[in-house]
Design a protein around this ligand. Structure first.
Ligand code: MF3
Ligand code: CO
Length: 290
């Protein structure tokens, strides 16, 4: 890489001089790396132009989930949810990112009760009173990716399932509070894990969040088992998801070998997940999609 002069235009495309833009961040990254910390590569720091595009994608993702929230109820099939997501995404000029992703056959993941994630919509799956369901929506718009998911309680949901759904949302919020520049991914992970365990739950270890924006799944991998002060440092311009899967019983899971996608809890107990997309800013964070 050609060494940038301090008066050259910054590599990020802001139009500002390097010395007034990323020079300090680059110096700090080099120093933290020398200290033995894991730091993001430059391509993980989104430019202002990329952030603007990613936000447009997020606006569609949020609108699609809002549509689902307004229409989901007992008696609806997950196939119908898939059609809503396809129609609401494409009418806004977006493409559902799951459709055809590594062979995934549908536009959205719908995971009910003991399904942990990656449930495949089907006309045979009818939402019934007492179900809890995660609807995981991801959008491509002008080449930019967004990804977020919400839980929905169908009808009269038992107290223990409702609590699981609420506690996982709290886990995400507590993790989010830890997201600030020059903190660590492990700060977020430990906050999520602590709250889940305090409530008697377990956190899925094998599946996590991810960087997102230019690709569907980018570095870093975002787990919820790590310890404070460890894992990758958080740097302004990074965008990633916080999406813990929390189980009422054992953390053990398996993939259904009939479809090679749907993930279930090993003990058949319920699981819940919320997913947000967060940008690390100069003074903290900004939630981009929820
Ligand atoms: N939306 C999921 C995530 O959070 C990814 C699903 S991949 C798919 O990472 F193909 F199943 F859609
Ligand atoms: Co995700």
């Amino acid at each position: 890489m050609k060494k940038l002069g301090r008066n050259d235009a910054c590599w990020c495309g802001s139009g500002k001089k390097y010395k007034h833009c990323h020079e300090m961040i680059d110096e700090r990254l080099a120093a933290e790396s020398d200290r033995g910390h894991i730091v993001p590569t430059r391509d993980l720091l989104k430019t202002p132009e990329q952030i603007a595009g990613i936000k447009e994608s997020c606006a569609i993702n949020i609108a699609v989930l809002d549509y689902v929230a307004e229409h989901i109820r007992e008696g609806v099939t997950t196939e119908e949810i898939d059609k809503w997501v396809y129609d609401e995404t494409t009418k806004r000029g977006g493409i559902p990112a799951p459709l055809g992703y590594e062979g995934f056959p549908k536009s959205v993941c719908t995971s009910i009760n003991e399904q942990v994630c990656h449930g495949i919509p089907s006309e045979d799956i009818v939402l019934k009173d007492g179900d809890i369901i995660n609807v995981d929506v991801s959008t491509i718009y002008k080449g930019y990716f967004s990804d977020s998911s919400r839980m929905f309680c169908i009808g009269n949901v038992s107290e223990d399932r409702r609590k699981l759904v609420n506690v996982v949302k709290e886990c995400v919020e507590l993790g989010l509070e830890e997201v600030k520049p020059w903190g660590f991914l492990g700060d977020m992970a430990e906050a999520v894990n602590e709250h889940a365990v305090k409530n008697g739950y377990t956190v899925v270890r094998e599946i996590g969040g991810h960087g997102v924006g230019i690709e569907f799944h980018e570095e870093p991998w975002v787990g919820y088992i790590g310890k404070r002060g460890t894992d990758m440092m958080l740097v302004p311009g990074m965008i990633f998801t916080i999406e813990p899967m929390v189980n009422m019983g054992t953390s053990d899971i398996y993939v259904d070998d009939s479809d090679n996608w749907s993930v279930y809890t090993a003990d058949g107990e319920p699981s819940a997940q919320w997913e947000i997309m967060v940008l690390v800013t100069e003074d903290g964070h900004e939630v981009l999609a929820y």
